[in-house]
Design a binder for this molecule. Structure first.
Ligand code: UGA
Length: 463
């Protein structure tokens, strides 16, 4: 199928490259000349595993090309997929970019082509879509075209896999009187062995939101459960494992820690709370999800202070990990940046390291005063507390026994519950995580060997 993908950010570029691999003929459209130049050289402007290979292959076999000629690409396509950004950068939606793209695309599309919206949009805008597209077609003196929604459920760091092996494909019918749009999308996805679920457009838009809101709720639930576990001396990992055998619950997205970040979950929680309020709907559950999530970041700072006799002022804190999760270079709403900002404000010296060079380069400018170093060892040297914020394998596999003696004090806050507390305590660390208690080196009485003591009664400052 001849496909034009409009907007070459995370969503659009993954979509275009994966479709090219499925042997569709894809033209990617973007207005940013620098982005286009990078892509034409076969380079991807952000980190996403397997994507550079797919882009390079697509360019080499001629099935993937890039242009800024939106109208030309739209006019030549059997399907136009709109994947432009919809965040206003301030926790809200903006629909101007989509509206602008549609104004150019809709009048020139072929009469037998299908318009597909993949950008995540507020439900009230979806309601306006049929009239908006129909009026632009009518003004141009051309017949109506099918309009479909195809929300995305891909995760950064696993986007190619998620796209090509989806759990389901959701198709929302905006306007498709003779079923041509649905048939075209089914053909587009013929290589994906997944159920195709067809529904109304508003249902599809809320399915997309609902999935993310539920995932966010699971994470905040796990984080609140972790606090309960800490209070009673239980281990949240063991508890979640015990719960996960219940098929009604499952075990995924219940990892406690510093909470969720990124461009999707936090934004979509806050945008939904705002939009719902505008329509007179109260969302106390989502408000709590948001609050629990944001509190996690401050709790890291409070824990650091508790470990350092009450204050971080004048202390050196090492942050391991800056990106909002591993295998991405994305710093949008990354917990590490908020934690760094709060620590700096309290007078700490904050030294951060992330394995992703581009994330290191950008984070210094995003958080004034943050010192960014090129190796984990540099961050840890002289540190009073190490905070593991992102569970990059490099940190999970780090030789802490080697790093310990270089630190000023051996304190670790494991923000992702991925390290082994007992081993670290045996190596002389005071180790704390979320919902798994705290272990400290045993107080060594003359001649008695060191071991680990669980310090279940340690009370964390609650501000
Ligand atoms: C999320 C959804 O998972 C995708 O299905 C969706 O398509 C995407 O948003 C989107 O709307 O575009 P993403 O933000 O890339 O994907 O990353 P996730 O894997 O969902 O992780 C989000 C955050 O939650 C990360 O900071 C991660 O560390 C955190 N998390 C995840 C936890 O704290 N605990 C968990 O158990 C799982």
């Amino acid at each position: 199928m001849r496909v034009a993908v409009v907007g070459l950010g995370y969503v659009g570029l993954v979509t275009g490259a994966c479709l090219a691999e499925w042997e569709h003929d894809v033209t990617g459209v973007d207005a940013d000349p620098r982005r286009l130049a990078t892509l034409r050289e076969g380079r991807v402007p952000f980190h996403e595993p397997r994507l550079p290979e797919l882009v390079a292959d697509g360019i080499a076999n001629g099935r993937l090309s890039f242009t800024d000629d939106l109208r030309g690409a739209a006019a030549a396509a059997e399907m136009v997929i709109v994947a432009v950004g919809t965040h206003d950068g301030n926790g809200g939606w903006q629909t101007d970019t989509v509206r602008g793209a549609l104004a150019d695309i809709v009048p020139v599309m072929a009469d037998d082509a299908t318009l597909v919206i993949r950008s995540t949009l507020p439900p009230d805008f979806i309601k306006q879509l049929p009239a908006l597209v129909a009026s632009r077609r009518a003004t141009a003196g051309v017949p109506p075209i099918p309009v479909m929604l195809n929300p995305e459920f891909t995760r950064e760091g696993r986007a190619v896999r998620d796209y090509q092996q989806p759990d389901r494909v959701v198709l929302g019918v905006v306007s498709d009187p003779d079923g041509h749009g649905e048939a075209a999308l089914r053909e587009l996805y013929h290589s994906a062995a997944a159920p195709v679920v067809v529904m109304g457009a508003i249902d599809a838009a809320i399915t997309k939101l609902g999935a993310n809101l539920f995932l966010a709720t699971k994470i905040s639930f796990a984080n609140e459960l972790a606090e309960i576990c800490d209070a009673f001396g239980a281990d949240v990992d063991t508890v979640v494992d015990g719960m996960s055998y219940d098929s009604r619950i499952g075990g995924s997205f219940l990892r406690a820690g510093v909470g969720f970040g990124g461009s999707c979950l936090p934004n979509q929680v806050s945008m939904t709370i705002r939009t719902a309020a505008q329509f007179g709907v109260e969302t106390p559950l989502l408000t709590a999800v948001d609050e629990v999530n944001h509190r996690r970041r401050s709790q890291v700072v409070e824990r650091a202070a508790t470990l350092l006799d009450g204050t971080v002022r004048g202390r050196r804190i090492a942050l391991l990990g800056l990106t909002f999760k591993p295998d991405t270079d994305d710093l949008r709403d990354a917990p590490a940046l908020t934690i760094a900002g709060e620590l700096l404000e309290l007078g700490a010296t904050v030294v951060a390291y992330d394995p992703m060079p581009t994330a290191r380069e950008r984070s210094g400018t995003l958080v004034p005063g943050l010192e960014v170093v090129p190796a984990a060892a540099d961050a840890l040297r002289g540190a009073d507390v190490a905070v593991l914020v992102t569970e990059w394998p490099e940190f999970v596999e780090l030789d802490w026994a080697l790093a310990g003696p270089t630190m000023s004090r051996r304190n670790i806050i494991d923000g992702r519950n991925v390290l082994r507390g007992a081993e670290l305590a045996a190596a002389g660390f005071t180790y704390t995580s979320f919902g798994r208690g705290t272990v400290a080196p045993e107080v060594v009485e003359e001649g008695i060997g060191a071991g680990a003591t669980r310090v279940a009664s340690l009370q964390w400052g609650r501000g």
